[in-house]
Structures are given as C-alpha cells and as structure tokens.
Design a protein around this ligand. Sequence first.
Ligand code: SAM
Length: 283
Amino acid sequence: MESPNFDHWETLAAYHGTGSDRYYDVDALVAGHDSFTDLEENALALATSNNGVEGLDVIHIQSHIAFDSISMARRGARVTAVDFSPTALRRANEIAALVGVSIKTVESDSRDLPHSLDGRFDLAYATIGVLGWIDDLNAWMHSASRVLRAGGHLVIVEIHPLTNVFGSRDPLIADFPYGGGVPFAWRGTGSYANPNADFTTSTEEYPHSLSEIVQSVIDAGFELTRLLEHNDMAYDPHGDILDHDADGRYRFRIGVGPDGSPSSAATLPIAFTLLATKRTTTR
Ligand SMILES: C[S@@+](CC[C@H](N)C(=O)[O-])C[C@H]1O[C@@H](n2cnc3c(N)ncnc32)[C@H](O)[C@@H]1O
C-alpha cells in the first residue's frame, strides 16, 4: 500500500535519536530509562490488570525507532515492532542492540499487517502520533484485531483530536478539521521532535474525531473497555501550543477563565487512552 507520507518518515527516522532532537534520548534509554510517560504506564497497567507486560506477546504498531518496544522488551515482553519505514526499523534494531534487548521488526503498512502475524499477540500497542497518518481507520482497526488472539487487548494512547484542530496559539489558528478524514496537506521544515531541523518534507494527515475512532474500534469487533481523556501531559507533542505549568505538566487553555486571566481558563483535553478487547465470540 502506498502512502504519501513514506518519504517524510524515512527522513525523520534517520534524524531522530541522533542527539539533535528533544524526545529521543538514546543515551537515557541505554542507561535504563524507559521511554513511557505516565499515560503509557497507566494504559499498560490497566490493560494488564497491573501484571505488566512480562511474558506477553506484544505488537507495537507504528513503532518508529522503537523506544517503547525496547522498553517493553526490557520488561520481559516478546515485542514485534512494525513500521513501514525501513530506516526506522534499522535504527530500532541498532538501538535495541545498544540497550542489549531483542525485538523483532516487521516492515509493513499498519493498514494491512501480514497474515503471518494473525492471532499471535496478547497486546496491540500504538501511541502518540499514529492514527493521524491513517486514511482508512477501519482497515487499521481490522488489521490490529486480526493479529490479536481472542481476548487480546488493544492499547491506544493518542493526541486528542481537539488539540489537533489548533495550528498555533498566538495568533489562535484553528486550521485542522475535527474529524471527517479528508486529507490535509502540509509542506514545511523540521520535525515534531526538533522544529528547527534543517529539512523540508511534505505530508498528508487525516483528521479523525474521537467518535469516529471509537466507532471504528467497535466496528472492528472490539469491546471498548476504557476511554479516558487527559487534560495534562508530561510533554507537549505539538511542541508549542500548550502551557507549561509550575507542576511541570503541560495543559491547553484558550481565552480567559473566571477571574479574567489566561491561567484560570478551563483546561481542554489533550490526549486520550482507549482500551479495547478482542471479542472471544462474534455477535
Ligand atoms: C509519530 S511516529 C510514532 C511515534 C512513536 N509512538 C514513538 O513513540 O516514537 C509515527 C510512525 O508511524 C509510521 N507510519 C505512518 N504511516 C504508516 C503506515 N501506514 N503504516 C506503517 N507505519 C506508518 C511512521 O513511519 C512513523 O514511524
């Protein structure tokens, strides 16, 4: 399957984790720091009933350079990292070797995972910056369902579609649709992990609302077990639209609150966690 975003991701995969970006700290990972924030930790705890991923077969969908795959492998999971970017997977294997853990990598489009993986996993894991690259959400969900065992869990931690609407805080620009899936073209420089990076790429992103995402999960035969919306995060995945509060957390506010100040404005959801279970019987 072709994607207009392939070249973009090849470029970013070669760049991330080389010491020039703010997210992918290979030295810290090698030193033993897992890459999860509290949101991923909480999602994994809920999906595993606090038992952790040790001994589980996990497919990490759109793994990029596989920091989370490596972190899960270090905790004893058997991890298959899937991405359509061969450069991302090459880097993933190099970094896993530096850390000293073993992961399997599979080059594949996530909308059509290889049938050789069908029914092989306890957990399908996908986080932050995944669904917006997918034009056909139903194909993605069906693919994720297919590779899970009956009773297996889907774990999604994603940027909230509401936040995606806003391209800038000052001036306040709302330039990205809230759902609908119509391609949104972009051409520009840099990466989310380093906006100043010196390369230009083009992308096509696909806006999906929260209800569209939930419906595609249900239509793929999952039972939805949790949907959490988060108003604070450990970092700003957009890089520049959230407030960095004194407690170290990032929050999204627009306008002013009850006392007329921007800091008292109500916070809006910036991420969500979705957990679902593959049904053991079809209805
Ligand atoms: C923002 S990154 C994911 C970041 C990841 N959560 C992390 O923690 O590093 C998005 C990834 O999706 C991959 N990707 C985008 N579209 C894809 C597709 N259709 N099939 C497979 N991988 C895709 C890109 O190559 C990229 O590695």
